[in-house]
Design a protein around this ligand. Structure first.
Ligand SMILES: Nc1ncnc2c1ncn2[C@@H]1O[C@H](COP(=O)(O)OP(=O)(O)OP(=O)(O)O)[C@@H](O)[C@H]1O
Ligand SMILES: [Mg+2]
Length: 508
């Protein structure tokens, strides 16, 4: 028999953003070479389907699998197994199952064995039917509400969907929930029917265990671990921007300025947005709004909301960005962060800016000129007065340097004035030069002048602060301090007691 190859760390596919759900039709690998998922719009049912495609077994193969599973279960101590690495466990299962095939005299050909092995892997090492979903990078939530009802998932890009997984027998579902509990190092039973635990990858698990005959039986929810955002220092390490650019954002955010991050698809806009959100003062109230959960601003005073797309046909249950944003201003935020603006919600965002709320958002556009045109024409249709509330635009770009894909903050453009014909006068304090791959600090900031006027400070004071913070950020990078919690602590401390932080880092 040839060696079994299961790819446990497949590369993350880049999926298209598709706003019209009825046009979604994508397929990607979950457990190569065995399993993929097909996500498509089912027009008969009027909803999106998450269809897992596993190897198909013939009746004979199924009976082989059953025999092997039964015998393996008797031989193998699962509790001992899960402690080991997955790779070594796979080897162990493979060795044991080959031994069993020989001992029991099963006539399994190589092709069948390869397929059967996948199921042994799935059920012994993985989490049975839902193992492929667990492996999907794009999944946020997995939800099972009992027997005879499909398992639902929440996808990062395509949101709520029905899967083709359904538990038919109460017994199977009960024993699966017991297995979940065991994997969390906990115990669930009729006597203690509630489970709240976490899996080894950090995912949260909630489950109920019930024999109440009127209910649909046990239920479970798995909330996949969402990844920690990159810190400003990590972006420095990757050469995405300069310490000066970061210090500039820090000063602007402290003074409640309005920032748009612009650029083409996948140029790193959202990543930059998450990173600069570190500079929002710790006590400020932040409200965020988006339609795909990508923002990650771990702080106490954060109220996140995600637009809800309707399940099934029609518009019932829909909560769009526009209404969420309008509602958010009633929550009296200091900062409003919108994941991405595309349509009429941009108008509400600028109204918010005009009424004194600081706003940050991303928008799809390659240059300031096209950006301003987009903002002035339908469906957004901003007036020059509203456009003037925008302080600056950061333009992200995607390029190849030394044959490496990189993301750069190409320039920061300040909006000085938009005249009544809609023509913008701008100032560009920071640029990245592609020829020498160097970031330049070209001109004094005009936004600093605006801030000075508004807050009764003088510009020299702000410039001095800008230089000190640049040095601090540079020093953090030099000392290799970039980890999430540590960075957050230092930046928050700086807001309370700057001189203590500066002296700790030897900055005078
Ligand atoms: N500064 C960076 N350096 C290297 N990789 C990055 C950087 N910023 C983002 N990426 C990677 O690029 C991908 C896209 O990033 P991100 O979602 O921030 O882009 P975006 O411009 O917001 O995309 P979209 O147009 O889809 O909203 C992600 O996989 C992310 O990990
Ligand atoms: Mg984005």
């Amino acid at each position: 028999m040839k060696q079994i190859q299961i790819n446990l760390n497949p590369s993350i596919p880049s999926l298209p953003k598709i706003h019209d759900k009825t046009k979604i039709n994508v397929r990607y690998a979950l457990i190569p070479p065995y399993v993929s998922v097909h996500i498509y719009w089912n027009s008969q049912e009027g909803e999106l389907i998450y269809e897992i495609e596993e190897p198909l077994l013939s009746e004979e193969e199924k009976s082989f699998l059953e025999v092997l599973e039964k015998n393996l279960a008797e031989m193998v101590n699962l509790n001992l197994l899960v402690e080991k690495t997955k790779e070594s466990t796979i080897k162990y299962i493979e060795k044991t199952s080959l031994l069993l095939i020989e001992e029991l005299g099963l006539k399994i050909n190589e092709d069948s064995y390869t397929k059967i092995f996948y199921y042994l892997f799935r059920d012994f090492i993985g989490l049975n039917e839902i193992e492929p979903i667990i492996k999907d990078f794009f999944i946020e939530d997995i939800e099972c509400n009992g027997v005879n009802t499909p398992v639902y998932i929440v996808h990062r890009l395509y949101r709520n969907m029905k899967t083709n997984i359904k538990y038919i027998s109460m017994e199977d579902l009960s024993s699966f929930v017991e297995k979940l509990a065991q994997r969390c190092g906990k115990y669930i039973s009729y006597a203690s029917p509630l489970l709240d635990g976490s899996l080894s990858d950090g995912s949260r698990v909630n489950a109920t265990y019930t024999k109440d005959i009127t209910s649909r039986g046990p239920t479970f929810t798995i909330r996949k671990f969402t990844k920690i955002p990159w810190t400003p220092i990590q972006l420095l390490n990757m050469g995405t921007l300069s310490p000066e650019m970061l210090a500039y954002f820090w000063i602007l955010l402290e003074h409640k300025s309005n920032i748009l991050i612009s650029g083409s698809t996948a140029s790193g806009k959202t990543t930059l947005l998450n990173a600069i959100a570190f500079f929002i003062p710790p006590e400020a109230r932040v409200v965020s709004i988006e339609d795909t959960k990508e923002l990650n601003i771990p702080r106490e005073n954060w109220l996140p909301s995600v637009a809800r797309t309707p399940l099934g046909q029609g518009k019932t249950g829909e909560v769009d960005l526009f209404s969420l944003l309008k509602n958010s201003f009633r929550q009296n935020p200091d900062y409003v962060i919108v994941g991405e603006v595309r349509g009429k919600e941009a108008f509400v965002l600028f109204q918010g800016m005009a009424s004194g709320h600081s706003s940050i958002s991303t928008i799809h556009s390659d240059s300031v000129d096209t950006l301003i045109k987009r903002l002035e024409t339908p469906p957004i249709e901003l007036s020059p007065t509203l456009l003037n509330t925008l302080d600056c635009v950061a333009i992200m770009t995607h390029t190849v340097i030394n044959r490496q894909q990189t993301r750069k903050l190409r320039e920061i453009v300040e909006i000085i004035n938009v005249d009544n014909k809609g023509v913008a006068l701008t100032n560009v304090p920071f640029v990245w030069n592609s020829r020498d791959n160097v970031f330049y600090f070209k001109k004094d900031s005009k936004v600093f002048q605006k801030i000075a006027k508004k807050y009764g400070k003088n510009v020299e004071e702000l410039n001095k602060e800008f230089i000190i913070r640049t040095r601090l950020l540079y020093e953090l990078q030099r000392r290799g301090i970039f980890e999430f919690k540590q960075t957050q602590k230092i930046i928050n401390q700086y807001h309370k007691n700057p001189s203590a932080v500066l002296s700790a880092f030897g900055i005078k």
